[in-house]
Design a protein around this ligand. Structure first.
Ligand code: UD1
Ligand code: UDP
Length: 369
């Protein structure tokens, strides 16, 4: 039996690790797998655990309103120390670029536990963008013993940094496993959030789906984003649905600028099935999310990314994703260009699968075996 601890804490990590937990549960003859959530996110994490029907073995319950990175990092390291004393895994699995991932990788290293990094090797090589995620991912990469890179490009990044070739496996991204699990299911289930969305959607308008949460956009970035959305709603026949991230640095400007604006619906974060349903319904998506950039090519949905850099160049190369930054005029120009030009829309809305075919989790387990 190989003892494995899977650690995650935020919404995107949960969405991307849930299918791996499910896949490991098919192999209980070989693996003793336990799940530890740091609960860096609380409500947004629990929405995912509910949908995938995962009950964590350990819940550090760390989220605090308006939390800071230093305290959270310290809490994750200390919390995991106790978990390692109880469970003594051989491998820890961590995901991506959050505080949870990096602190969990460091805690594992201190405890002599080998680290497997899922979604390894993505890079912008700009320390401040995304902040702190680029550095988190690089640090986790240095601490990791086994790297599951989603694409050959991410493998190349790792090799160029001196990572041993036989420790890197190209597997695709588990987000596609999650998406394929949810994509058809959402058409069949009776879900209260989907029913609510059906009740507000105006089919005579183009549906624009918006999300945003990046730290480097706090302040002026979010003010610009909101102003651009307000102008778009005034100038085009669109309905904007914006599930607002629970970070107070996001909620405050978004509500103060966009509240009560005609054709703009500010709603609470959606659970994964309702969000997937809404992505399928949307004409275009405007976001700064990493995960949405990976999901959109598989759904054939054009995405305007409100960032200056991306560690997901494959989606840009596939043609589905365009970087527009947080300049009001640029966001507005690109959104209107896409809505007004059927040819450009067609070009960006072709379905591509740069991030895999839904077999990533099975591949990861094959590598570990
Ligand atoms: C975190 C990750 C980011 C990831 C994002 C996904 C870090 C440094 N940041 O950023 O990489 O892209 O999650 O969404 O790891 N909050 C709630 N309820 C929730 C979740 C958040 O109230 O369920 C509020 C709390 O006030 C919390 C704050 O949001 O303190 C910030 O949460 P935090 O995880 O520190 O940062 P995110 O911006 O969510
Ligand atoms: N998502 C969700 N509900 C929402 C918004 C996003 O379930 O209201 C999902 C989305 O499909 C994607 C993930 O959350 O899989 C992205 O999370 P987020 O943008 O918070 O983080 P990032 O991917 O940027 O790290």
């Amino acid at each position: 039996m190989i003892k494995i601890l899977i650690v995650f804490g935020t919404r995107p990590e949960a969405i991307k690790m849930a299918p791996l937990v499910k896949e490991f549960q098919k192999h209980t003859d070989r693996f003793d797998v336990k799940v530890c959530v740091t609960a860096q996110h609380r409500q947004m994490l629990d929405q995912v655990l509910d949908f995938f029907d995962i009950i964590p073995d350990y819940d550090l319950n760390l989220m605090r309103p308006g939390q800071n990175l230093s305290q959270l990092t310290a809490d994750v390291i200390l919390g995991l120390k106790t978990v390692f004393e109880q469970f003594t895994p051989f491998y820890t699995f961590v995901h991506g670029d959050t505080t949870t991932s990096t602190a969990a990788a460091l805690a594992s290293f201190y405890a002599g536990v080998k680290v497997c990094h899922v979604e390894a090797g993505l890079r912008t090589y700009n320390k401040l963008s995304p902040f702190p995620e680029e550095m988190n991912r690089q640090l986790t990469g240095r601490l990791a013993d086994i790297h599951f890179a989603p694409t050959y490009q991410s493998k190349e990044n790792l090799l160029s940094e001196g990572t041993l070739e036989n420790s890197v496996f190209v597997t695709g991204n588990t987000v596609i496993d999650a998406l394929l699990y949810a994509k058809d299911k959402v058409e069949l289930i009776n879900d209260s959030q989907i029913n609510f969305l059906k009740s507000i959607i105006d089919n005579s308008k183009d549906l624009v789906l918006v999300t945003g949460h990046r730290r480097e956009n706090f302040g002026d970035g979010f003010i610009n984003i909101c102003k651009a959305l307000k102008q778009l709603a005034a100038e085009r026949n669109v309905q904007i649905i914006y599930p607002v991230h629970l970070n107070p640095n996001v909620i405050d400007p978004v509500h103060s600028i966009l509240k009560d604006t005609e054709s703009i619906h500010l709603i609470e974060p959606l659970a994964y099935p309702a969000f997937v349903w809404l992505m399928k319904k949307a004409k275009i998506i405007i976001t700064d999310s990493g995960g949405v950039q990976e999901e959109a090519p598989s759904l054939g949905k054009p995405v305007l990314v409100m960032r200056d850099t991306t560690e997901r160049p494959e989606a840009v190369e596939a043609g589905t994703v365009k970087l527009v930054g947080t300049n009001i005029d640029k966001i507005l120009f690109e959104a209107k260009y896409l809505l007004d030009n059927p040819k450009e829309y067609q070009r960006m809305s072709l379905v591509h699968n740069p991030y895999g075919d839904g077999s990533t989790c099975a591949k990861i387990i094959e590598c570990i075996q």
